[in-house]
Ligand binder design. Structure first.
Ligand SMILES: Nc1ncnc2c1ncn2[C@@H]1O[C@H](COP(=O)(O)OP(=O)(O)OP(=O)(O)O)[C@@H](O)[C@H]1O
Ligand SMILES: [Mg+2]
Length: 408
């Protein structure tokens, strides 16, 4: 059977213009030198998507996902290769694309219907549902130029799904909607899948892609990097993102020289995070984490407390631990040394964690020195299915029915 979407050796080229300030002489002399370069935003991509399949496209910013989708939608003409699509196609490609800013939401619904070749009486029969799904009852007669980006997206998505499409193309945009709207979109997309419609889906949300897509394509610099089973492709992509991030973290770790001297000249030297296999800045959920904190002081220090705080990317502190005051209250510490914090089972889920390291005087509570985010470390979830930031020990009890006791 013919696939619903077939993309064959598709390539799309764009020009990058150089903005050079030139003198008249340069312009005259250099006349023939081109003022732009060409590059392939999509390079030799082939795909076959069958009826009823949900297909995902993933890749870094600028890798060519939207360009590919626009070629499939017929908005861009490919420079090489072919695209064929069977059936009625609706698309949601960019926030506000396909809307006339001066028309009201209602007028835009009719306009979109007309573009897709749907009779006016069909639109009449679904317009209340479109407006209702978008929850735009109050605003539907206002010009869409006054809509927020979330409102644009709601209207665009609602129109697209109510146009009875056989094929639906969605480019990321859903991320603009609020949580409640996104959930309703996901539910709706699920029901469209069940009805056997074909979906082509670009998203940066790995979880969404895993949940929705039967198969996936990962593109990198316009070319196919990996295609096939969703989990394999998403794992490959995430693995690569993690590897790059870790390399960057490790490169910056080697440049760290500790803090400036603080109160009483106490300073922090290197702060090192290591996972169970000793790998720097890379920790596995539930695995060992060791933090080594080197400090220096002009003389011995009496009664100092050490504290390490962990911050998930961009968030408030998740966990802060400190040395035991009773134990250290009167202890004399050597002028230079290393304090080691061992966490036998790191409670952190997949992500990047920043840290803050502090040394303070127990008696007065005064801070000797602190460094905020001396460096970050990467936690690999290693295929765990918990969601969130912290892992807690847990177990489930699930009832089980003895099959022999069931009357079928
Ligand atoms: N009309 C255009 N003219 C020139 N260059 C363009 C045009 N549209 C896209 N590009 C370039 O093509 C490349 C691919 O862009 P594209 O929008 O397809 O990326 P993307 O994978 O969708 O990225 P993102 O994840 O940020 O949405 C980028 O380098 C972009 O700058
Ligand atoms: Mg894009």
């Amino acid at each position: 059977m013919e696939p619903t979407i077939r993309v064959d050796g598709l390539s799309k080229r764009f020009r990058i213009y150089h903005q050079r300030s030139e003198t008249l002489k340069e312009v005259l002399v250099d006349r023939r030198r081109s003022r732009f370069e060409e590059f392939w935003a999509v390079n030799d991509i082939s795909l076959e998507i069958n009826e009823g399949e949900t297909f995902g496209i993933i890749g870094a910013n600028g890798s060519g996902k939207s360009t590919l989708l626009k070629c499939v939608a017929g908005i861009l003409v490919p420079d090489r290769g072919k695209v064929s699509v069977k059936g009625r196609m609706a698309s949601l490609l960019e926030v506000g694309a396909g809307f006339h800013p001066d028309y009201s939401g209602r007028e835009n619904i009719y306009l979109n219907g007309a573009i897709l070749g749907l009779p006016r009486r069909y639109i009449n029969s679904v317009i209340d549902e479109i407006v209702g799904f978008a929850e735009l009852e109050q605003f539907i007669d206002n010009p869409v130029r006054n809509y927020s980006s979330g409102m644009y997206t709601r209207l665009g998505f609602s129109i697209a799904i109510h146009m009875d499409p056989d094929v639906l193309l969605i480019d990321e945009v859903l991320a603009v909607g609020d949580e409640a709207f996104q959930r309703r979109c996901m539910d709706h997309i699920e029901s469209m899948r069940r009805e056997g419609r074909t979906l082509l889906f670009v998203s940066h949300a790995a979880d969404t892609v895993r949940k929705l897509c039967d198969r996936c394509l990962w593109i990198e610099h316009g070319s196919q990097r990996l295609a096939g089973d969703t989990d394999t492709v998403v794992d490959g992509y995430i693995g690569e993102v993690n590897r790059r991030e870790l390399e960057a973290l490790q490169a910056s770790a080697s440049e760290l020289g500790g803090s400036e001297p603080g109160w009483m000249g106490v300073r922090l030297g290197s702060v090192e995070f290591a996972g169970s296999d000793g790998e720097v800045n890379s920790v596995t959920t539930g695995g060992e984490l060791t933090v080594r904190i080197a400090y220096e002081s002009p003389s011995a220090i009496r009664g100092a407390r050490f504290r390490v705080s962990f911050y998930p990317a961009g968030q408030a502190v998740l966990l802060s631990v400190q040395t035991d005051d009773g134990d250290l209250g009167d202890r004399l510490l050597p002028a230079a040394g290393t304090v080691t914090l061992s966490v036998p089972s790191a409670p952190f889920l997949d992500g990047v964690y920043g840290t803050k390291v502090e040394i303070e005087d127990i008696a007065s509570g005064r801070s000797y020195v602190e460094i905020d985010r001396p460096q970050s470390f990467r936690v690999q979830g290693a295929g765990r299915h918990e969601v969130g930031m912290a892992l807690v020990g847990h177990h489930w009890e699930v009832p089980s029915l003895d099959p022999t006791s069931v009357n079928v």
